[in-house]
Design a binder for this molecule. Structure first.
Ligand code: FAD
Length: 527
């Protein structure tokens, strides 16, 4: 594995195969497979690996129907299996049908065009080559639905949504959206053709691609997306209330909103996802100062320095209520004025809890998650508030360049990110999280040269974490991990280039500065 990990690693969304696992994985599998047999010394293969990884990431949600794998024929261990499979050139692309027990060696794709979009469409064609006898388990029908079946949904109450993508016969968007939504429950996605004039007329659709949505309550309407692109349709559907990613662990009970998982009811707070809530930021600070830090009996050396820097950055940049900002400033003055190399945590707690309250400086001891509330007590909450806090701080550092004057951090575009990195590594209770974050920082933090780039770096890395955690235990089914901001929050952030979703980073930066800017922080629910 060490060698085959040269071009592809376990972090990539591809399945890395070897002589031990190839046959048992791809033969008689419940899904189809598309494999690339490559050689780690072949220049084409090296150049092509980013496309292959991007493709695998792009179709990650299709894995119940078709999966992407790689096998390194330059690895000594794989010499024999590559010979057995008749691999003469690199890269060689092979398809394996689902449920194939014939022990065959797959079907080779010989087309010259290996662009991501072409290969993705080939995957769809290949899936459609299955018959009803060997159809991949869990893969919904990909042929156009009959118009009478669609029209019969009008006014009918059901337990789920039905979305119908209406498109031209050569379009792939319908099938791609159907496959994108495969791991989700609470809706069915179908496709219909624009040549079906009766259907077009009845649904009132005049241009394609379009999507039509039937609600569980029997109402129906054209789906309103800002751009008629695959990503916009898929994202809209994933975010419908009541649509969830299927739980992989069936033992995990789906919690209901308001139930904190321990039988006690917590009142559900209505909130807007286009806003940031001061209650989350203050609850996060409360938790950080009074709970997380409390596990460290004394702070000294690097720990103390990290804590001081953290308080410096927050005191100078936190766009909070006066009583809270003053408290942070007083805490900072106190930390700076102390000549001690070692501070007992109790002294910090005493200051935060008692001394300051006397002078009217106060940080609520109540936890009030709003934008960060989860459907169970174990989900969201504190880590969500910590991300939010650091996004707010990077944006403040970009919007107020002088705020860190005379702190030792002036003119340092990395002030917030380095402080966050050290805080997360030293104090954040989730050690695995800290390890991953440190890896990301080591990889690319030195490329950040401006405060704007710092805002974007944190956004990019947070999305990387979201992608990794999709479908994991820490995903709240009511708040599925997405690549954020979703098209409904920022339509101009999203574009498509040659069939692949791309971000417009200039628009993302403008959006982040607005979203995490001081004027978008709502005081609602902060007591
Ligand atoms: P969060 O991911 O916490 O996001 C909070 C809010 O930020 C979202 O609701 C959204 O409004 C906004 N947002 C989402 N994405 C972005 C973005 N790209 N840019 C800007 N804003 C965005 N958990 C693990 O299981 N494994 C880990 O390795 C791990 N690493 C972590 C590392 C750090 C530094 C932190 C702070 C947390 C980490 N966590 C990890 C926790 C995990 O990332 C989530 O915080 C947690 O699962 C709660 O998720 P959430 O749905 O509340 O959204």
């Amino acid at each position: 594995q060490a060698q085959s990990a040269r071009l592809y690693t376990e972090e990539d969304p591809v399945v890395i195969l070897s002589s031990d696992s190839l046959k048992q994985t791809v033969l008689n599998s419940s899904s189809a497979w598309l494999l690339q047999f490559y050689s780690s010394w072949c220049g084409h293969c090296i150049q092509y690996s980013p496309t292959w990884k991007a493709l695998a990431g792009d179709v990650k949600d299709w894995s119940q129907a078709i999966r992407i794998g790689v096998l390194d024929c330059a690895h000594e261990k794989n010499f024999d299996i590559c010979k057995e499979f008749g691999i003469h050139f690199y890269p060689t692309f092979r398809y394996f049908k689902a449920h194939d027990t014939t022990n065959d060696f797959g079907k080779t794709y010989r087309g010259a065009d290996r662009e991501l979009q072409t290969v993705r469409q080939l995957m769809v064609n290949f899936l459609q080559n299955h018959t009803k006898h060997d159809w991949p388990v869990g893969c919904p029908p990909l042929d156009p639905a009959r118009s009478e079946d669609i029209l019969s949904l009008m006014g009918k109450k059901t337990e789920f949504y039905t979305a119908v993508i209406v498109e031209d016969k050569d379009s792939y968007i319908g099938r791609e959206v159907i496959l994108d939504l495969m791991p989700y429950e609470g809706l069915a996605v179908k496709r219909a053709l624009s040549s079906d004039k009766l259907l077009m007329e009845k649904l009132g659709i005049s241009s394609v691609p379009s999507a039509y949505l039937f609600y569980p309550n029997g109402t129906h309407t054209v789906m309103n997306v800002q751009k008629r692109l695959r990503f916009f349709f898929s994202s809209f559907l994933k975010l419908l209330p009541g649509v969830h990613r299927k739980q992989t662990n069936s033992a995990l009970q789906r919690p209901q909103p308001g139930n904190n998982g321990q039988g006690t009811q917590v009142e559900w707070k209505e909130f807007e996802k286009s806003k940031v809530y001061m209650a989350d930021l203050e609850s996060g600070l409360h938790y950080l100062l009074r709970v997380e830090l409390a596990t460290h009996k004394t702070l000294e050396g690097e720990e103390l320095k990290t804590f001081k820097d953290f308080v410096t950055v927050v005191a100078k940049l936190f766009p909070g209520r006066q009583s809270v900002v003053k408290l942070l400033e007083t805490l900072l003055e106190w930390l700076v004025s102390l000549p001690l190399e070692k501070i007992p945590y109790d002294a910090i707690l005493d200051l935060v809890n008692n001394k300051m309250r006397i002078s009217g400086l106060y940080l609520s001891e109540q936890v009030q998650w709003v934008g960060c509330q989860g459907s169970s007590v174990a989900l969201r909450g504190y880590p969500c508030s910590l991300w939010t806090l650091f996004h707010v701080l990077t944006v403040q550092a970009a919007n107020r360049p002088d705020a860190l004057a005379n702190t030792g951090f002036e003119d340092d575009p990395l002030a917030v990110l380095q402080t966050m990195r050290r805080y997360i590594g030293t104090f954040f209770g989730c050690q695995e999280c800290g390890k991953h974050f440190e890896e990301m920082a080591q990889e690319s933090l030195n490329q950040v040269k401006s405060v704007d780039q710092a805002v974007l770096w944190l956004w990019r890395k947070h999305n990387q974490v979201n992608a990794r955690l999709t479908g994991s235990m820490s995903e709240d089914p009511m708040f599925p991990k997405t690549q954020w901001p979703t098209p409904d929050l920022c339509p101009t952030c999203h574009e498509e280039q040659e069939g692949l979703h791309v971000w417009n980073e200039q628009m993302v930066l403008a959006f982040l500065k607005q979203h995490y800017g001081a004027s978008n922080i709502s005081p609602k629910y902060s007591s």
